[in-house]
Design a protein around this ligand. Structure first.
Ligand code: GLN
Length: 253
């Protein structure tokens, strides 16, 4: 059945288990910004045991979770979701993955105790947890052409150290915070239609330009490249507030 041209669907992976530090705000932002452009915007829950509706999804969201929750979902991700997710991304769908979700889209996540959870290798990254957690505000100079403002702001709380392979490029460079691993200065990753990041907060309400990037990119396959501009003064004021607050600490680095 032909997809309704004005339908916009967000697929929420494991909403009951992978959803911390305000991650739900990303779903609300994507739906609201699509609805403000006249789309019939909806989200579908893609918990354990189901793949129903995955081929209708425009943007998938995979939130964060502690080691315990990641241990509860990686099997289902490999056995049930991997194939339809790969097919959807190959077909032009987009993925936003935050922290624990970002880690499981890579080759593996290894806990601080040495237990290894296999990932699906959708992105060329690997993660190994350290003893010390990276916690706090993050400011990133994004590596995305035409992103305005060219900064991303958010909050991180993770033990994982993520390293990018040659197949992935960083989402940006950290101006404040630890980002991927606290040593190479990178944050997140971009690979095809997949955006991975350690930024919670939630991310998209304070970074509307990234939300529009995801919506626009997922709609190009339907020939819809332009999105009507919105009044983002409130969102951008919140963004600017974090930048301002981060200034002194960024200079200390
Ligand atoms: N459990 C993972 C880690 O500690 C992810 C944490 C998260 O999603 N915030 O790195």
């Amino acid at each position: 059945m032909a997809k309704k041209k004005n339908r916009f669907t967000v697929g929420w992976l494991y909403p009951d288990l992978m959803n911390i530090y305000g991650d739900r705000g990303n779903i609300l932002t994507l739906l609201q910004r699509a609805a403000w452009r006249g789309f019939d915007a909806r989200s579908i829950d893609l918990g354990r045991g189901t793949t129903q509706g995955m081929d209708d999804v425009d943007v998938f969201f995979f939130g964060g979770g502690q080691d315990r929750e990641q241990a509860l979902v990686y099997d289902d991700l490999i056995e049930l979701k991997q194939e339809p997710l790969e097919a959807a991304v190959a077909g032009g769908a987009v993925v936003l993955a935050v922290c624990g979700g970002y880690q499981l889209l890579g080759h593996y996540y290894q806990t601080a105790e040495g237990e290894r959870f296999p990932g699906i290798g959708l992105i060329d990254v690997r993660t190994e947890a350290g003893k010390k957690r990276f916690i706090g505000d993050v400011v990133v100079d994004a590596n995305m052409e035409g992103l305005t403002p060219p900064t991303l702001v958010g909050f991180e709380n993770h033990s994982g150290r993520t390293f990018l392979g040659t197949g992935a490029r960083p989402l940006g460079k950290v101006r404040l915070g630890s980002g991927n691993n606290g040593s190479d200065g990178t944050e997140g990753c971009l690979q095809g239609g997949v955006v991975g990041t350690y930024l919670h907060g939630s991310l998209l309400p304070k970074n509307p330009q990234l939300a529009d990037y995801l919506i626009r990119r997922s709609l190009t396959r339907r020939g819809l490249a332009e999105l009507a501009p919105l009044d983002d003064s409130t969102e951008l004021a919140a963004h600017a507030k974090i930048l301002q607050r981060a200034q002194p600490r960024a200079q200390e680095r």
